[in-house]
Write a protein that binds this ligand. Structure first.
Ligand code: URA
Length: 433
């Protein structure tokens, strides 16, 4: 078998065997297949696509290219969720304590933010002394005793994907459904959970711009997970506006606490209830209506909030911040952006709003950049809202006072105003099993 023959076969649109795909993944991971052949492979996949069997073989080969986490000690209770990324997406911080409060074992490895999207690990580091790195023994012990742990990516999970993703990033080969699906699912399979819920975002702040593309991606990932013996569900949720009203780090933790305290309602709570209910349905086989009712109960009676506090303290964080979220550091300078005219907010360019948050210091452009946990945006109006000239659109928070005029201008430019109310968009487009 040679890489030349594999590339030639793929170029002509022929189906590759699982052995050929493993040959490529193993060779590329250990360095015997060079970047130029791997680039030709990813480009051929972008142009010719992959069959379901090829995508599954690629996923399995990448999942087994490095370490895998053994969660067999939790039987069928282990659960994980993955979001394809968005702005203001703090759902993991809410869903994980809800599911743990109801008996699930949530094992979550999260990423840092890059570009316009935020990362759970950065958000958690707003809590003084919170440890986002645990040894594997600490991780498993905490999941056993508390019911959940959330840490940064650790170990050598799916190194083939790490290498291939970096290559795709610079060869215009990211936007291929088989490549995205296998990339995400290889990491989820290596991370070991039996029950996996995917939150596939669609809209102006997401990878997938149309509900049809999002459904294709979700479908592919659900199919791969099931083929590999995992219980799977996927929700397709709207990212045509930031989720909730806080974008940043400390402000997003505060908003998550607000949902768990029962003070915050709206789109964020709705998506979290749906995700948690899907996870519990997978784990325990409950009917969706029963799962939702139980989720609402632990939100109302304070059990989920108490679970969040227990989790934060177990990872070294200061529990007083959960009891009193006003303790969180807030950036020194703030500016309230006024509405330029009367009308309705018809659309929000969510990616552009994510970039305003980065400009304020809440995110990073490059991996090495440090972030300012107290910076961010507090939305006062969202899509569909009526505004009068001068009404507050949002509050910008930053340590860099000099960038406030530019940030305010960019924020207003990210909004589309109309004279009549825009149509209402669905928040949850579809649920796939
Ligand atoms: N996220 C991933 O992990 N991989 C992709 O290919 C795209 C998004």
């Amino acid at each position: 078998m040679t890489m030349y023959d594999i590339l030639n076969k793929k170029k002509h649109g022929e189906e590759l065997t699982a052995a050929e795909i493993r040959f490529f993944v193993e060779g590329y991971t250990k360095g015997s297949i060079p970047d130029y052949q791997a680039s030709a492979f990813t480009m051929a996949v972008c142009l010719k696509g992959m069959t379901a069997a090829e995508t599954a073989a690629l996923t399995e080969a990448m999942a087994h290219s490095g370490d895998t986490v053994d969660l067999s000690c939790f039987g069928t209770l282990s659960a994980d969720k993955h979001s394809t990324g968005g702005v203001g997406d703090k759902t993991s911080l809410i869903v994980a304590p809800i599911v743990a409060a109801l008996g699930g074992k949530v094992t979550k490895m999260s990423g840092r933010g890059l570009g316009h999207t935020g990362g759970t690990v950065d958000k958690l580091e707003s809590i003084p002394d919170f440890r986002t790195t645990l040894t594997s023994t600490e991780f498993l012990r905490q999941v056993e005793t508390v019911g959940m742990a959330v840490i940064g990516q650790s170990g050598d999970l799916a190194p083939a994907d790490k290498k291939l993703y970096a290559l795709r990033d610079v060869t215009a080969t990211v936007d291929s459904i088989p490549l995205i699906a296998s990339s995400i699912m290889s990491k989820k399979l290596a991370a070991g959970s039996q029950n996996i819920v995917l939150d596939v975002k669609v809209g102006s702040g997401a990878f997938m711009k149309t509900p049809e593309d999002a459904a294709d991606l979700a479908d592919e990932m659900v199919r791969i997970g099931k083929l590999c013996g995992r219980r799977m569900a996927a929700l397709i949720t709207d990212m045509n506006a930031p989720l909730g009203c806080a974008v940043g780090n400390a402000v997003e933790i505060q908003e998550a606490i607000g949902v768990l305290r029962g003070d915050v309602h709206g789109d964020l709570r709705t998506v979290c209830v749906a995700l948690a209910a899907q996870m519990l349905t997978l784990i325990f086989g409950w009917e969706e209506s029963e799962a939702e009712a139980r989720v609402n109960t632990v939100l109302q009676d304070g059990t989920a909030l108490a679970k969040m506090r227990e989790w934060v303290v177990a990872q070294g964080g200061d529990g007083r911040y959960i009891d009193d979220p006003t303790l969180f550091h807030r950036a020194a300078h703030s500016f309230t952006v006024p509405a330029p005219d009367d009308g309705y907010i018809a659309a929000m360019d969510t990616e552009a709003i994510g970039r305003v948050a980065v400009l304020l210091g809440a995110g990073r452009e490059n991996k090495e950049d440090t972030i300012d946990h107290g910076a961010g945006i507090l939305l006062q109006k969202k899509s569909g809202d009526a505004v009068q000239k001068g009404d507050p659109l949002c509050i910008l928070l930053t340590e860099r006072a000099e960038i406030l005029p530019e940030a305010a201008e960019l924020y207003v430019k990210a909004l589309t105003f109309t004279e009549t109310p825009p149509p209402v968009r669905p928040l949850i487009h579809q649920t796939l099993h």
